[in-house]
Design a protein around this ligand. Structure first.
Ligand SMILES: Cc1cc2nc3c(=O)[nH]c(=O)nc-3n(C[C@H](O)[C@H](O)[C@H](O)COP(=O)(O)OP(=O)(O)OC[C@H]3O[C@@H](n4cnc5c(N)ncnc54)[C@H](O)[C@@H]3O)c2cc1C
Length: 372
């Protein structure tokens, strides 16, 4: 067994993207074997990806290989507070950008990343990792190796689950994303072109655990009725077009994220609430920064040099912590039943909506992904 440069454990979007990025640098990469496709466990999620993630996937020659109906641009976003009070809307045209975000089919992204790896010259896949100068753990939030290498993982459950599914509607989505922040749930409808052209949405509905369990147990028509009743201004005729899946939600951060010869990436290093659609964007941000850090190393420094890896950890500390803090604050701020706080947040949304420069700044941060 020869010694490789980098061994990557994991098989999600973060692990596969990193393998492609390092292979482009000419490094010899070992990556965990691909998961066997299980048709009974279709991933019904659609990721909202920002411009930084899009640019990375373009450089990896993955973006243009995605099927046309697996990527939908978001031109407008409408956010509502409780009972229709408090509104905030964002549009791409005042920012002079192509789109606010892109909604990407999770299963298609996985398929295209794995297909691209077959043409990556320096990537070897297998079950048994050979010794390597650097081991990257991109094993997801339930990483089994994390504790064994001595990293703490402080995890706080939200007592919530997110239900994801594909929906169709009577009216076209017009590339508008909708989000309802209500206490205690957060409902997002993301415009999507699968399965029914411009009349589909990807649903992400975060709810208290008990309510989520009850909704998961309902038959399709009862679920659709609950969904349609759940808010004002929902598109008419929402129908399930896929199975529903649910995920327990938590916030978590690993410490440390690197050591001599190893580094944690993606959800293995940090988990955030999906209300802002930023988990994978953060993970792809990790990929970009680690690839840049390794490429810029001094010729005499080994890939597993702890000082080198600490440069990566320092560069990622602020983007990860600030996003984690922001999603947590948004969730708690909107979950509160306190009348004064509800009034304050509804008025706050109205104020931000009218403060054009502040709104432009906020959107620029989200689009560019410089914080991710
Ligand atoms: C409902 C929902 C909606 C979301 N929406 C968005 C969104 O809109 N935008 C966004 O940016 N993010 C979103 N996210 C977050 C996003 O899904 C995660 O951040 C992202 O999938 C993390 O990718 P990862 O590769 O780090 O981990 P994972 O996707 O968990 O992949 C890790 C994989 O590695 C496997 N594995 C573990 N150990 C090993 C091993 N030793 N060897 C081989 N394989 C191993 C695991 O089984 C798993 O398949 C959402 C999350 C949820 C739950």
């Amino acid at each position: 067994m020869h010694i490789g440069d980098v061994s990557i454990r994991g098989r999600g979007a973060v692990a596969t993207s990193l393998a492609l990025a390092l292979s482009q640098q000419g490094l010899r990469v070992w990556l965990s074997a691909a998961a066997r496709a299980d048709p009974s466990r279709e991933d019904v999620r659609a990721y909202a990806l920002n411009d930084s993630s899009r640019r990375l996937l373009q450089r990896l020659k993955v973006w243009d290989a995605l099927a046309a109906d697996a990527v939908t641009p978001v031109y407008d976003m409408r956010v509502r507070g409780d009972a229709g009070h408090g509104r905030l809307s964002f549009a791409s045209w005042p920012q002079c950008v192509d789109a606010l975000a892109w909604i990407v089919d999770a299963a298609e992204l996985d398929r295209v990343l794995n297909a691209a790896l077959q043409f990556a010259a320096h990537v070897q896949r297998g079950a048994e990792p050979p010794p390597a100068s650097l081991t990257v753990y991109a094993e997801g939030k339930d990483s089994a190796s994390r504790a064994a290498i001595g990293a703490q993982f402080e995890r706080h459950g939200y007592g919530q689950s997110a239900i994801a599914a594909r929906l169709t509607a009577d009216q076209p989505h017009e590339c508008v994303a909708h989000q309802w922040f209500r206490s205690p749930d957060v409902l997002a409808l993301l415009p999507f072109d699968r399965p029914r052209g411009g009349r589909s949405f990807a649903l992400v509905w975060s709810l208290p655990q008990e309510r989520a369990t009850a909704l998961m147990q309902m038959d399709a028509s009862a679920f659709e009725a609950e969904l349609q009743r759940s808010g004002t201004d929902l598109p008419a005729g929402l129908r399930l077009a896929s199975e529903r899946s649910s995920w327990p939600l938590s916030i978590a951060m690993a410490d440390p994220v690197c050591g001599a010869g190893w580094v944690l990436l993606g959800d293995a290093a940090h988990v955030v609430h999906p209300l802002a659609g930023q988990g994978l964007n953060l993970g792809l941000g990790d990929v970009q920064v680690l690839a840049d850090t390794l490429a810029a190393r001094e010729p005499w420094r080994s890939l597993g040099d702890e000082r080198l890896l600490r440069r990566y950890a320092r560069a990622r500390a602020w983007p990860v912590r600030s996003m984690s803090w922001l999603t947590d604050a948004l969730l708690h701020g909107f979950a509160s039943q306190n009348t004064w706080l509800r009034e304050l947040r509804n008025r706050g949304m109205g104020l931000v909506d009218r403060a054009v420069p502040a709104k432009r700044w906020l959107v620029a941060q989200a689009i560019d992904g410089s914080n991710t």
